[in-house]
Design a protein around this ligand. Structure first.
Ligand SMILES: NC(=O)c1ccc[n+]([C@@H]2O[C@H](COP(=O)([O-])OP(=O)(O)OC[C@H]3O[C@@H](n4cnc5c(N)ncnc54)[C@H](OP(=O)(O)O)[C@@H]3O)[C@@H](O)[C@H]2O)c1
Length: 329
């Protein structure tokens, strides 16, 4: 194997994923162990293995992987898996460490840290990986960005890195907790507004947390809790015009695991068009719909212009956001 690549040996060789249905990963692992023994590979490891898979490797072959490459970035910080690796002396390696340079690069937390340290968002994220003890493998096809991505060893701050860890908690777990608490407290009263309320309460929590994380002001947790309860109650009882609807909430939830599909966008555009009089906005929506269904290949500049035409229309703000994700601008 190493001969075909023109090498005497590989430094590291990994199994891409356990593919449990095929159930051949122990066999594949044994092959890697043999290759290591013969000197063709220095270190052997795995990717995307859960603890149960690694435990099985160890039970059946008595050899543990030296490394497990897993998806890891600020939106998905894999706390439990990392801790398990640490306990079991397995090195964590982060794939898609920059979360593919998507919405993460617009996170205020990150932009503030980048400004504070005079570093790029990418450098802040990669430093965060380094301080977590994980080996990040960012991909860049650009020489300047490659250099940027390895220039992360001249700054450090444990405290500020916590601000990045909380990105995930706010986005995933916390919203579910807030939702449960709100539904228990206000029941049917918030049936149509709950998605918006979760978003607002989550926003409050984020804003106040930043005060003590960034500016290090002392925090009176009890006062904060009372204040949040009061604000939540006012919103729950009086909000009449929610911005975030069930549909939009689903789109956001799915983002990260599922892409926004052209079919979803076409359906949403159709829905928006029915509420609009003939106007530049409506015409722009029709052209976008055309692009999504029949792919006439409008240039990126035209697509962006069409999206800009609908951006400020009150009915289309959510759609604009989704189109931006889809067309990646
Ligand atoms: N084991 C697995 O299952 C698995 C799964 C997925 C990925 N991976 C591996 O993980 C590695 C990286 O993952 P990935 O490519 O998915 O995601 P990533 O490294 O998180 O992101 C790559 C994106 O970030 C951009 N980028 C890189 N540096 C940047 C910078 N300094 N500023 C702005 N943008 C920057 C790149 O654009 P430019 O190229 O234009 O700079 C590219 O679009 C790859 O080697 C991949 O093979 C492994």
């Amino acid at each position: 194997m190493a001969y075909r690549a023109g090498l005497d040996y590989y430094d590291l060789y990994l199994i891409h994923w356990p593919n449990p249905k095929q159930n051949k990963y122990v066999e594949a692992w044994q092959a890697l162990i043999d290759l290591k023994k013969s000197g063709l590979i220095r270190s052997i490891g795995v990717c995307n293995f859960l603890p149960e898979h690694i435990e099985r490797l160890e039970q059946e072959t008595a050899v543990k992987p030296s490394l497990n490459q897993i998806e890891l970035h600020p939106y998905f910080n894999q706390k439990e898996q990392r801790e398990w690796h640490l306990k079991n002396e397995i090195q964590t390696q982060s794939w898609s460490p920059l979360s593919r340079a998507n919405a993460l690069f617009q996170e205020e937390t990150l932009l503030n840290l980048a400004a504070e340290y005079k570093k790029s968002p990418s450098q802040i994220i990669l430093r965060w990986h380094y301080q977590l003890g994980s080996i990040a493998i960012p991909k860049s096809a650009n020489r300047e960005r490659q250099l940027e991505n390895i220039s992360i060893f001249d700054f450090s701050s444990e405290a500020d890195m916590i601000a990045i860890v909380i990105l995930e908690r706010f986005d995933r777990v916390l919203k579910e907790i807030i939702n449960t608490v709100l539904v228990r407290a206000f029941g049917e009263q918030i049936e149509h507004t709950k998605f918006d309320l979760v978003y607002c309460v989550n926003g409050f929590i984020g804003m106040y947390s930043k005060l003590f994380l960034y500016y290090r002001i002392p925090i009176d947790l009890e006062a904060l809790a009372h204040s949040l309860v009061e604000k939540t109650e006012i919103l729950a009882k009086h909000v009449q015009v929610p911005f975030l609807t069930f549909d939009l909430d689903q789109f956001f939830k799915d983002k990260g695991t599922v892409e926004v599909t052209p079919e979803q966008l076409v359906a949403l555009i159709e829905q928006k068009k029915t509420g609009l009089d003939d106007s530049i906005e409506k015409e722009s929506l029709s052209l976008l719909q055309e692009q999504l269904s029949n792919h006439p290949n409008y240039s990126k500049a035209i697509i962006k212009g069409l999206c800009e035409n609908i951006r400020l229309h009150p009915e289309c703000k959510d759609l604009f956001y989704l189109l931006r994700i889809y067309f990646e601008f």
